[in-house]
Design a protein around this ligand. Structure first.
Ligand code: NAD
Length: 471
């Protein structure tokens, strides 16, 4: 009996579909598809009660066509090797699509972080970093981790500190990891970046009149109904930016159940309720949905999976009513579900483009760490002076005088966060145009996912062909 396809097989399946639209040599495609280095290791953890537990971990570097490689670290009890391989491969394609100069990588530690104390998690994180350092699987020019499912700023700060301790005097040491707290070399806007990027992707998709008409929708986000799965970093911020743009978040699904409200849910209040009570259920004014997966099948315009992979299968895809699926999570759509969505005409905005906001802003953080200066620090006052001089010229030409409030608003000069968000917006808009151009220039490409893979394959293949193959 053959084993069921694992997550890496699924990514390879999409890759092969896209590769069929190219005429690159099969050997080159094999080189792009496979993982360059896979490091699996076990290490001991002394638990608080004195027991010794063996922890299994991975770091996979999918593609060295550009260095450093980059990708998050996942802490989850069910992490397995092919999953980390798949996530590393998606990182390669994602970076290529948004023109971020990295190869892809991913890390995984097989633990349920909820079952460990903060002190134990710190020991796990530091030992993991040490194991990576021993084998040269981490470094500002080698391999740069970031947060993923189950990790965040706290873990990234521990990694930065451990790497710095192991490399005394290394000026660029902080660039060994991104997603750090702003106070420890992080960049403003990174925390929100993946969710904000998802919002830009959706806004771009919804601005295309022909595509919206085909779905029976109007252009713009105003009034569109949204269902979000997962109220973690990605889901929370995606909900926030969509709501602020006028969309109505009609349901939020978490592990323990889902809640719905036709009037709309505010993610801030829902998050606070879950923090306080330990559950998303019984939120004032909302209706409980005991079976959390049922929320995915609700009537809505936009469905945002933002938890884990493998959410849409041949079993539930026919029942999904959303007109647009915005993939916040990596790999939510399994290959058997994909043709079902295509046949229904669902617009799927694929993970390798849609959730690339995180790595885009991680790239800005890395650049900031290497340049050792906050974005905007050198130029803010200069730009304010230019803007004020422009206002004075307008006043002289029109005879109108701006109020102090108008003057303050019009002559601000950009802060770091403004510049980061502007760089992210530009990246997401131009990458979407890139996908559309790829689709239109390759007749027969059936959807945005295959266009996205194809776009990435062209860019990685070009690297190999222009740089040559050593030796
Ligand atoms: P997170 O740990 O902050 O949040 C995940 C949330 O999903 C948690 O609140 C968890 O309780 C919830 N969840 C788990 N199982 C669920 C279920 N069955 N139903 C509903 N909710 C469930 O993780 P995150 O960083 O938000 O990552 C989420 C997804 O986005 C992952 O697939 C990750 O690879 C992807 N992603 C994350 C980033 C990033 O910057 N953090 C970037 C790109 C992609």
């Amino acid at each position: 009996m053959t084993a069921p396809p694992n997550f890496f097989d699924e990514v390879s399946h999409y890759f092969d579909q896209a590769a069929a639209f190219t005429d690159y040599p099969p050997g080159l495609l094999d080189q792009i598809r496979g993982c360059n280095s896979i490091y699996r290791f076990d290490f001991p953890l002394r638990r608080q009660d004195g027991r010794i537990e063996v922890i299994r971990a991975w770091r996979v570097e999918h593609s060295h066509h550009k260095l450093p490689v980059k990708g998050g670290i996942r802490y989850a009890p069910e992490v397995y090797e092919e999953e980390v391989m798949a996530l590393a491969a998606l990182m390669t394609y994602k970076c290529a699509i948004v023109d971020v100069p990295y190869g892809g990588a991913k890390g995984g530690i097989r633990i349920d972080p909820k079952l460990y104390t903060a002190e134990e998690l710190e020991r796990v994180t530091r030992r993991y970093t040490h194991e990576l350092a021993k084998k040269f699987f981490i470094g500002p020019g080698i391999d740069v981790p970031a947060p993923d499912y189950g990790t965040g700023e706290r873990e990234m700060a521990w990694i930065a500190d451990t790497y710095s301790a192991l490399n005394p005097g290394q000026l660029d040491a902080l660039a060994c990891v991104t997603g750090k707290p702003v106070t420890q070399g992080g960049v403003r806007g990174r925390r929100e970046a993946t969710g904000r990027g998802l919002f830009f992707a959706l806004r771009e998709a919804c601005s295309r009149k022909a595509d919206m008409s085909a779905l029976g929708l109007s252009t713009g986000l105003e009034g569109k109904t949204v269902v979000v799965q997962g109220l973690g970093n990605v889901g929370y911020h995606a909900a926030k930016f969509c709501r602020e743009a006028g969309a109505v978040v009609v349901a939020i699904a978490e592990r323990e159940g889902a809640i719905m409200s036709a009037k709309g849910l505010n993610e801030v209040d829902v998050f606070e309720h879950r923090r306080r009570t330990g559950s998303i259920l019984d939120f004032a004014g909302a209706i409980n949905i005991a079976d959390t997966a049922a929320a995915l099948e609700m009537d809505c315009d936009v469905l945002i999976p933002a938890a884990l992979e493998g959410v849409f299968t041949a079993a539930n895809a026919p029942r999904i009513k959303a007109k647009i699926i915005l993939e916040g999570a990596n790999g939510p759509t399994t290959p058997p579900a994909d043709p079902i969505f295509r046949a229904k005409g669902t617009l799927v905005i694929p993970d390798i483009y849609a959730n690339a906001g995180g790595v885009t802003v991680s790239y800005f953080e890395w650049v900031k760490n290497l340049s050792h200066v906050r974005f905007g620090r050198m130029s803010k006052r200069h730009e304010m002076a230019n803007e004020l001089s422009m206002l004075r010229t307008i006043e002289a030409a029109t005879g109108k005088t701006f109020t102090d409030a108008e003057r303050t608003q019009l002559a601000q000069g950009p802060d770091e966060e403004d510049l980061v968000n502007s760089g992210l917006e530009e990246t997401m808009i131009s990458a979407y145009q890139g996908l559309i151009e790829t689709k239109e220039s390759h007749p027969g490409v059936p959807d945005l996912r295959i266009a996205a893979f194809l776009n990435a394959i062209h860019k990685v293949a070009r690297s190999y062909m222009e740089l040559g193959i050593f030796p």
